[in-house]
Write a protein that binds this ligand. Structure first.
Ligand code: UDP
Ligand code: MG
Length: 316
């Protein structure tokens, strides 16, 4: 079993050498067949030069350097794309994750899981952040039904085909367990160590809270409705339209049969609004159905993922 260790790195000059040594020690100690992939996400503090030196002395260290800062998600995706291992391990480049935990993750992969996620049980970040993250994790669990304590921990192990098929965009690295769940992967979690950041600075602040919230809405939609958007938009649209139609019909009866004045009734406006919104949502649903077909058929993507096939001659 070959292991690829993927690390996204952005301005971590003082961390990379120590991290490289730590990963290497663990790999050698456990006699793994391995490669380490450092992805330099457009660092501007000399991180790349340090990594270049490290790579001179270690054939197993591979480096991908981005032209500019594309973000942690992109850096991880690049590492996954170029990884050659059967199992891919990801971790942060700031020494907050501990490479010593890798064997325990791999143990779980050997037990048969497709994704093993680290749980920073004793998280060493700002109190405020840890508290926010607790709420976020609870909410993500409730909404996506993927049952983990900690979605955001970068220290994870994946079977290669899962990692390579996550289709991450934006900042969706935080939702890898959900993406893996959409793919059909079996997921588990183990407690891992977590250290305070010693060198360099965190690249994120609380402004990401809002991004996490909208990403969560996206994940909910992708998980449930990506191949049948009309069920989402169509049903809501239908009910709004029906409600609006009912309200306005009632007003029409009052006007026509009882000669009442309805021009100044707020209810009229409400009915019109509901009818229009309903029609719009229905239309969006139909457009989304076409987009879904374009998305899948233009890339020959399937709406299913197969784990095993037996007696199909060329595939086993
Ligand atoms: N990172 C990256 N590109 C970015 C931001 C961060 O590759 O645009 C890397 C960073 O170098 C680190 C990891 O992603 O290895 C996690 O970042 P950070 O430690 O700043 O996040 P935090 O632990 O504070 O959530
Ligand atoms: Mg960090």
């Amino acid at each position: 079993m070959k292991i690829s260790v993927v690390v996204p790195i952005y301005n971590e000059k003082d961390n990379v050498a120590i991290l490289h040594k730590k990963i290497k020690d663990v790999m050698v100690k456990n006699s793994y067949d391995y490669e380490i992939i450092f992805v330099d996400d457009g660092s501007s503090d000399g991180t790349f030069e340090v990594m270049q030196q490290l790579a001179k002395g270690d054939k197993n260290l591979k480096i991908i350097r981005f032209r500019r800062n594309f973000g942690q998600t992109a850096a991880m995706a690049a590492g996954f794309d170029y990884a050659k291992g059967d199992v891919i391990v990801s971790l942060d480049g700031d020494l907050q994750n501990d490479p010593e935990d890798i064997p325990a993750l791999l143990q779980k992969i050997e037990e048969g899981y497709d994704v093993v996620s680290g749980w920073r049980k004793n998280r060493q970040d700002e109190k405020k952040r840890v508290a926010f993250s607790k709420v976020a994790n609870w909410l993500i669990g409730r909404i996506t039904k993927v049952d983990l304590h900690d979605y955001g921990c970068s220290l994870k192990a994946y079977r290669s085909d899962v990692a390579k098929n996550l289709h991450m965009y934006g900042e969706l690295h935080r939702f890898i367990p959900v993406l893996a769940n959409i793919y059909g992967a079996s997921i588990t979690e183990i407690p891992v160590r977590h250290h305070p950041r010693q060198f360099g600075q965190s690249k994120y602040n609380l402004s990401r809270t809002f991004r996490v919230i909208v990403d969560l809405i996206l994940m909910y939609f992708m998980q449930k409705f990506v191949t049948r958007p009309i069920h989402f938009f169509g049903i809501i649209g239908f009910f709004l339209f029906a409600l609006g139609f009912g309200i306005d019909s009632y007003l029409a009866v009052e006007k026509i049969f009882f000669g009442m004045n309805i021009g100044n009734r707020p209810l009229l406006l409400m009915g019109v609004l509901l009818i229009l919104t309903g029609i719009n949502l229905g239309g969006i649903g139909i457009i989304s159905e076409f987009l879904t077909r374009i998305y899948y058929e233009s890339q020959n993507k399937k709406i299913y993922n197969i784990k095993t096939m037996i007696n199909f001659d060329d595939k086993t």
